[in-house]
Design a protein around this ligand. Structure first.
Ligand code: ZN
Length: 218
């Protein structure tokens, strides 16, 4: 602007007067106190919500269940007053739907899901054992034992379902992949370029990667 307003006391042109003054707000530290209650009334007060009896809102904006007879008339179960804050937020903060969210809340969700998953696994395992015990097959004893093997040990092996083509038609079998992911690959034991040669095509390492070490004695 070439001619600034007199109250800016500026000699040269500027756009200072168009500045967004709200940017000064330290909006990062301002968040709502979610679900905070400030006062629990014993009986209905004048101007309170006729439905629940809280002072912080009116009937139209009441978030509680509409009662058959409102708190105004029953004078019972008065809802606590919510904490109403008027924060001066900037554009992004105003639209932040997670404002005031407590991240430590989420561990409860995780716990619930984990508990459900564990219960499901346990149930499925029990069912499997029961089923195996019921039908007395030829290699029954072995398979029951296998099913009873501790879950933690089974976790080491990634189960791979494979469909075999047999002479008697297609049959599905379970093949246990014996590769344990935690194992260090042989070619990573010794990173020296001049150490034993690893052939990636055949995935074979004919020589000992660590010729003189504890790895060998084990
Ligand atoms: Zn209400």
């Amino acid at each position: 602007m070439s001619s600034a307003p007199w109250y800016l006391n500026s000699k040269k042109p500027s756009l200072k007067h168009q500045r967004n003054w709200k940017n000064d707000l330290n909006s990062k530290s301002t968040c709502y106190d979610r679900g905070a209650k400030i006062f629990q009334a014993e009986k209905y007060r004048k101007k309170a919500c006729q439905n629940c009896g809280a002072m912080s809102h009116d009937v139209k904006s009441c978030m509680y269940r509409p009662r058959k007879v409102g708190a105004k008339f029953t004078n019972m179960y008065i809802a606590p007053d919510e904490k109403v804050e008027s924060l001066k937020l900037d554009y992004a903060a105003k639209r932040d739907r997670w404002n005031g969210y407590d991240t430590s809340d989420y561990h409860r969700v995780v716990e619930r899901y984990e508990a459900r998953e564990n219960a499901r696994k346990k149930y499925l395992k029990e069912q499997k054992i029961k089923k195996l015990e019921e039908n007395d097959g030829d290699d029954d004893g072995l398979r029951v034992d296998e099913a009873k093997v501790d879950e933690s040990r089974q976790m080491d092996f990634a189960k791979v379902e494979k469909r075999f083509r047999t002479s008697g038609g297609g049959s599905t079998g379970t093949v246990r992949n014996l590769h344990i992911r935690e194992d260090t690959a042989k070619y990573l034991l010794n990173l020296d370029v001049n150490s034993a040669h690893y052939d990636p095509k055949t995935r074979s390492m004919r020589e000992d990667p660590l010729p003189s070490s504890k790895y060998r004695s084990e």
